[in-house]
Design a protein around this ligand. Structure first.
Ligand code: FE2
Ligand code: FE2
Length: 310
């Protein structure tokens, strides 16, 4: 994947390094600052939890939905950052003896993702102290990373760009404007967002550069793999929606009949599909980048695969 880089690319790598140095933060000193989570507060904003769709639930119960989903939100980032970092380390190896600006930008990217995973492990421990017992997130990040990294680099970079773009969209459109959120929860994702802006720029640079090295048949395989990865993400979301709805039902403090439990589970799955699939796939930048790399029939296959996940 090494080769010549344009002056424009060089400037982008340099800008990413500058931003990385400028926004760098520390987990305890800048984010946690001795605070704890309080279950009288909302964690995930309505724009992501789709709390208003849980028609049978009271205001307090919807707040509990936001807390369960907020806990899963932090865990999902910890999960995906394992494979993102592993792919970034592969890219670093390609640049080790070549473009040192690209290498530095990607090494910082990797370092930041290691810190983010530590942050999300810390958040999980803190949330476990604050919330009722019984929450489960049984997905092994290494196992998921092994499966993802078995797919073509084109597909992994496309999925990574998708994730890092929706991270920013979530913060700007939903987390930042919600004035009822826990300040600590908001701060976690403010700091995360600050470092993710460079990541999305680097994902795009690397995806476009990698794409330029491919023959048409390789790209076709990339599209197939991307669709398979999105389906695999959906499988994880279905399992977690089931687990989170079951945790909600046993912990919410009142008996819930089977029909209502089913509707609650469907509400969790709709929210997770919005958060982790559709909000990224519809992101204007993602659509633009993909349009520049794929044929109309490849894009149709991707949107056809996404359309059934509603
Ligand atoms: Fe991150
Ligand atoms: Fe990232």
């Amino acid at each position: 994947m090494t080769g010549t880089t344009s002056v424009n690319d060089e400037n982008q790598y340099a800008r990413c390094i500058q931003s990385s140095k400028r926004v760098c933060w520390d987990i305890e000193a800048d984010v946690i600052r001795g605070r704890r989570f309080c279950t009288t507060e909302k964690f995930l904003p309505d724009g992501l939890s789709l709390a208003n769709g849980f028609a049978s639930l009271s205001r307090e119960e919807r707040r509990f939905v936001s807390q369960v989903q907020g806990r899963t939100y932090a865990n999902v980032f910890g999960l995906v950052e394992r494979f993102i970092n592993a792919k970034v380390l592969e890219l670093c190896r390609d640049y080790a003896l070549g473009n040192q600006l690209a290498l530095e930008a990607l090494m910082r990217f990797s370092d930041e993702e290691l810190k983010h995973q530590a942050l999300f492990r810390r958040i999980e421990t803190m949330l476990a102290e604050a919330m009722p017992r019984g929450y489960r997130f049984d997905i092994d990040p290494d196992e998921v990373a092994r499966a993802v990294l078995g797919k073509s680099t084109w597909a992994v970079l496309a999925l990574t760009l998708d994730i890092e773009l929706f991270t920013q969209r979530h913060y700007r459109e939903s987390i930042d404007p919600d004035s009822e959120l826990s300040e600590l929860f908001k701060d976690v994702f403010l700091h995360h967002w600050k470092e993710e802006a460079q990541h999305a720029a680097l994902d795009e640079l690397e995806l476009v550069r990698h794409d330029g090295t491919l023959a048409a048949g390789d790209r076709e395989r990339g599209v197939d793999d991307f669709i398979e990865l999105v389906r695999a993400v959906d499988g994880i979301l279905q399992a977690q929606a089931t687990a989170d709805a079951a945790y909600f039902v046993v912990s919410c403090g009142r008996p819930i009949e089977i029909d209502e439990a089913r509707r609650i589970e469907a509400g969790f799955l709709a929210a997770y599909r919005w958060q982790y699939i559709h909000s990224g796939a519809e992101h204007p930048r993602f659509v633009k980048v993909l349009s520049g790399l794929t044929t109309p029939s490849q894009r149709q296959r991707i949107s056809g695969a996404l359309a059934i996940l509603h």
